[in-house]
Design a protein around this ligand. Structure first.
Ligand code: PMP
Ligand code: GLN
Length: 392
């Protein structure tokens, strides 16, 4: 969390967005859409403000939203969390992650994540005083894939939590049923709790065969619901990343532990956004809008991947999320961070070095040293301009 000289470091996203603002570059760093979500959902929030939903909502979230989250899990995955005891509304997935890790681990415990990993994971594991261990995702012709042998070797008798993420930021991997089955078997054998961050659950992207990979929640695997906490949020699904409505679902005892911490982190949040998200999760037109978003993201992924390849990067096309990883080694850069510092000046584009998502000194840190993450959740004209600049 600190630089070598002890000063607090901004997150890589804040740093790169500031660089884009200062240089006027196109910001393909921080992942947020440049077009808002459905107008009907925005109107529902405005209506809620007008109707007086402006004071503290109930601690676990309004009943209407908890019911809508349960119904969403039932409709998409056949899971049936009890809205009263097995669903907790949080201030985005970020708070759900922090409250979960703080609730379940402390000094002496190990939390096993994939690597690379979303930057908040390392931070909240450190805040809990626990130890962070990792298992690598490796670049293959079939996208980034979990090294299951390394995963097995990373488990110890201190592994309390396995913190998964699928679809995966930053690699864009969508974990397969086979990969998840290995995780499930190992977590069960070591009696570890599985926490799974599924904020991109609806953003899976069709491959060259036109088929969208299926998002599989690990909670749906046999016997896994009892040891799994599933985290998601409205930010990515609905393109309202600033609303910060997230949730965690799972067995009552685990959700109660998370709620115990959550009540002292934020207590509650987002009163008028809660009914709006409840509306969105149950509305067929909004569901169609989300499907269309995934389709358009696949087209935008292709536009950016083609552009990056034409500019000389090696690219591993993602199966989900709105990020692509590109290797700058063919361009003569052995350090992605150096390229990210140079890119705004060279061509007016901002990306994020993949080493923001690795543990300093790890084998993955070394393997992905020359890689950069770019987002394609930008308007097509913006991406076309970025591609032209990269080519130049
Ligand atoms: N997990 C992952 C993998 C993410 O990419 C993000 C944010 N972009 C979050 C969690 C945080 O989600 P939220 O904005 O709902 O807190
Ligand atoms: N999750 C977004 C990303 O990966 C950014 C969220 C943030 O700024 N913390 O780009």
């Amino acid at each position: 969390l600190l630089d070598a000289d002890g000063t607090a470091r901004p997150t890589i996203f804040a740093e790169m967005s500031a660089l884009a603002a200062a240089t006027g570059a196109i910001n393909l760093g921080q992942g947020f859409p440049d077009v808002d979500g459905p107008a009907s959902v925005a109107r529902a929030a405005a209506d809620a403000v007008a109707a007086g939903a402006n004071q503290y909502p109930p601690g676990p979230g309004i009943p209407e939203l908890r019911r809508a989250i349960g119904a969403h899990q039932a409709r998409h995955y056949g899971l049936h969390p009890d809205p009263d005891t097995e669903v907790l509304v949080t201030a985005g997935a970020t708070e759900a992650l922090a409250a979960t890790v703080l609730a379940l681990v402390g000094p002496g415990d190990e939390v096993l994540t994939l690597e690379p990993f979303y930057d908040a994971y390392a931070a909240v594991i450190a805040l809990a005083g626990a130890t962070h261990t990792t298992a690598p995702l490796r670049a293959t012709p079939a996208g980034f894939r979990l090294d299951t042998e390394a995963l097995a070797a990373a488990f110890t008798d201190r592994t309390r939590l396995v913190l998964l993420n699928t679809p995966h930021n930053p690699t864009g991997a969508v974990l397969t049923l086979d990969e998840l089955a290995v995780v499930a078997r190992l977590a069960t054998a070591h009696d570890a709790v599985v926490v799974t961050d599924e904020v991109y659950e609806h953003l899976t992207l069709a491959g060259p065969d036109g088929v969208r990979p299926r998002h599989v929640p690990i909670a749906t695997l046999s016997e896994m619901a009892d040891r799994t906490l599933t985290i998601s949020s409205a930010g990515k699904t609905l393109s309202f990343t600033g609303w910060k409505i997230g949730w965690v679902t799972g067995p009552a005892a685990l959700v109660t532990a998370v709620r115990t911490v959550k009540q002292f982190l934020t207590y509650v949040s987002g009163a008028p956004f809660q009914p709006a998200v409840a509306f969105a999760l149950g509305d067929d037109d909004v569901a169609a809008w989300v499907e269309a978003l995934a389709d358009s993201l696949a087209a935008r992924r292709d536009l950016l991947c083609d552009g990056l390849r034409a500019a000389g990067f090696a690219v591993v096309p993602p199966q989900g999320t709105y990020f692509v990883l590109a290797d700058a080694a063919p361009l003569g850069y052995d350090d992605g961070a150096a390229l990210c510092r140079d890119l705004p000046r060279l061509c007016g584009v901002v990306g994020v070095p993949v080493r923001a998502f690795t543990r300093p000194g790890s084998a993955t840190d070394d393997a992905l040293r020359s890689w950069v993450r770019f987002t394609f959740v930008k308007r097509e004209d913006v991406l076309a301009e970025a591609v032209m600049r990269l080519a130049a």
